[in-house]
Design a protein around this ligand. Structure first.
Ligand SMILES: [Zn+2]
Length: 297
């Protein structure tokens, strides 16, 4: 665990797994931009807050994925702090049944066991017309970058430091990434293009890098995701069911798939690439003998 000074009152907690930026309102009160994993990062977060005598005065989430809002409920209960989050994702985090809206591939039992701690009331739902959020008297700019999740946002601190969350992945992550996730890949690619126009003094990526300029990184990200789609397309050497293609994909990409939960995750990731390939006219779906298959065009 390391605290990185970014600029002015903007800092970043490097947990070794993710970058969690925070903005110091004063010597004691901080606004956190995302809250990390519950499983891997809660004890690190507790130590960090205790050792620095910090009080969490507010949380602004980039999106509602388990590695970004995993400690929202815990911190809100402990500090009584307000939470801001993209409105659509705030709805998802409202209850177990609402989580099912997004995690539809999982049973309610799996959602309770694996994702139940994501449930947290959001005080400030950030609707798509909002361009800023005020938290603790500080104003944070919002750029809507849907695609990685349904309503992902990038957050810029008053020091002109942009937290781009998962809208981009670093070159290091790209080297190890097998099938990076995008909920709606076509929208995610549009959001990446939009980031060409986000001019700030520094950029923090959740996974995991800090950049002064992201123009090259944006282009590399777009190319990387498109190339992944091409690699999946190349596996479609004959009409295949989703399950057959999932088998081919995990074998070729060397992805472990040892549990029902993991299978559902992989299938969800694969689906978004297939939807993108369908939208761009590269594959077609057909039903023969009551079996749905994907065919390369
Ligand atoms: Zn994410």
């Amino acid at each position: 665990m390391e605290i990185l000074e970014i600029k002015g009152n903007t800092f970043c907690l490097d947990t070794g797994m993710t970058n969690i930026p925070f903005y110091k309102l004063d010597q004691r009160r901080i606004i956190m931009l995302d809250t990390g994993w519950a499983a891997g990062e809660r004890s690190l977060l507790k130590d960090f807050l205790q050792q620095n005598s910090f009080t969490v005065a507010g949380i602004i989430n980039s999106h509602a994925h388990i590695d970004h809002c995993g400690n929202n409920a815990y911190l809100k209960e402990h500090f009584g702090c307000p939470v801001a989050m993209p409105a659509a994702e705030a709805t998802i985090c409202e209850s177990l049944l609402n989580l099912k809206l997004y995690y539809s591939a999982f049973s309610l039992k799996e959602i309770r066991e694996h994702l139940g701690h994501m449930i947290c009331h959001v005080d400030c739902p950030v609707t798509t017309d909002r361009e800023s959020v005020e938290m603790g008297g500080a104003v944070f700019k919002i750029l809507h970058t849907p695609g990685h999740s349904i309503a992902h946002v990038c957050i810029t601190t008053p020091d002109d430091v942009a937290y781009v969350g998962d809208a981009l992945i670093s070159h290091g992550v790209m080297r190890g990434a097998k099938m990076p996730y995008a909920c709606v890949l076509s929208e995610d690619l549009k959001s990446k293009e939009k980031l060409r126009g986000l001019v700030c003094s520094h950029y923090v990526l959740a996974h995991r890098g800090i950049y002064d300029n992201i123009l090259e990184l944006v282009e590399d990200n777009i190319e990387f995701y498109k190339l992944r789609a091409e690699k999946i397309l190349a596996l479609l050497v004959r009409p295949m069911t989703l399950q057959e293609l999932a088998q081919e994909t995990v074998a070729n990409f060397h992805i472990g798939m040892g549990s029902v939960f993991k299978y559902n995750l992989i299938e969800r990731m694969l689906r978004s690439y297939l939807e993108y390939l369908t939208e761009t006219g590269r594959i077609a779906l057909s039903v023969n003998d009551s079996v749905l298959r994907y065919t390369r065009l």
